[in-house]
Design a protein around this ligand. Structure first.
Ligand code: AMP
Length: 282
């Protein structure tokens, strides 16, 4: 497996790969890899001749006072894990090479899909995400790219951007990988104290509770959100950022559950903000 930091070197190496007629699968990440990331790398390995992942903690997608500085980083462990999962090349640029002084171009998806849910709590976040991804997609020029449903809103935003900008790129959404107790894997789980870690499965439990209420016939979103709120509030150190039930196309809140809906939430446990979601067909 190769490790490349310089964008020009990456271009050159991938030009050669394409010249050999090989297909490229790409998994963008911020590193501190866990089984969630590895599931995407394995999916890329299964469908492509050459697998590239990026490891880049993108300053543009962090707001002021967020955890950019503290975000966990461990390139050595990442390299080992990525290689074992079938990665051929890690691209991990320095911030000053990726956004050199004078950098001035940004890509933004507008409308309800970036305004609600995490877009409300984290203004500018998705603009940072789409900007870094356009640059990465241009550099890597993959045939296939792989994202996790854990970041369901991000998936929709990126899919919209790819459609709007006429990308010829197959976009794959892979299921959320969870710990045995249901907690969605996340690099940020590392921040949790043992007590907070014990509290964290309540995010998924509240989603499961909503699902079972819906399966039992409940359709009223206000009641479902109340039930979720009560369950989460019963666990110490939790503070709800949002609980939303939205349609899966435009991410607009619905009052009654019907068709395909996304139940998504963000909860702070101590100072760590965790997200999770499920998609239901009713
Ligand atoms: P990140 O490094 O957090 O930016 O995530 C990189 C990619 O891995 C994104 O497409 C995420 O949605 C995906 N990912 C993160 N956690 C999980 C998980 N628990 N299950 C599946 N995919 C995940």
């Amino acid at each position: 497996m190769e490790f490349v930091q310089d964008p020009a070197t990456l271009r050159q190496k991938l030009h050669e790969i394409r010249r050999q007629g090989k297909s490229i699968g790409f998994v963008p990440t911020m590193g501190f890899l866990h089984e969630g990331h590895l599931s995407l790398i394995r999916a890329a390995r299964a469908q492509n001749d050459f697998v590239v992942i990026s490891i880049f903690v993108n300053p543009l997608q962090f707001g002021e006072g967020e955890d950019y500085e503290d975000y966990p980083r461990d390139l050595e462990s990442d390299s080992r894990l990525a290689a074992a999962a079938g990665c051929d090349l890690i691209f991990s640029p320095a911030v000053r090479d990726f956004y050199p002084p004078g950098y001035a171009t940004f890509v933004e998806v507008q409308g309800s899909i970036t305004e609600g849910l995490c877009g409300t709590a984290r203004p500018g976040h998705f603009r940072g995400v789409t900007t870094v991804l356009v640059k990465l997609f241009n550099l890597v020029a993959p045939e296939h790219t792989y994202f996790g449903q854990k970041d369901a809103q991000q998936c929709l935003v990126v899919k919209k951007m790819l459609e709007d900008l006429d990308y010829n790129l197959q976009f794959h959404i892979m299921p959320t990988v969870r710990e045995a107790d249901g907690l969605a894997m996340s690099s940020r789980n590392k921040y949790l104290t043992p007590r907070q870690r014990a509290a964290a499965p309540v995010l998924f439990q509240s989603l499961q509770q909503a699902e079972s209420l819906i399966r039992g016939g409940e359709r009223d979103v206000a009641s479902l959100k109340d039930a979720m709120r009560n369950l989460i509030a019963s666990v110490p150190e939790t503070e709800i950022d949002y609980i939303e039930i939205v349609d899966t196309n435009e991410l607009k809140p619905v009052e009654q559950v019907r068709g395909s809906c996304l139940i998504a939430l963000a909860v702070r446990i101590g100072s760590t903000r965790l997200i999770d979601n499920i998609i239901l067909e009713v």
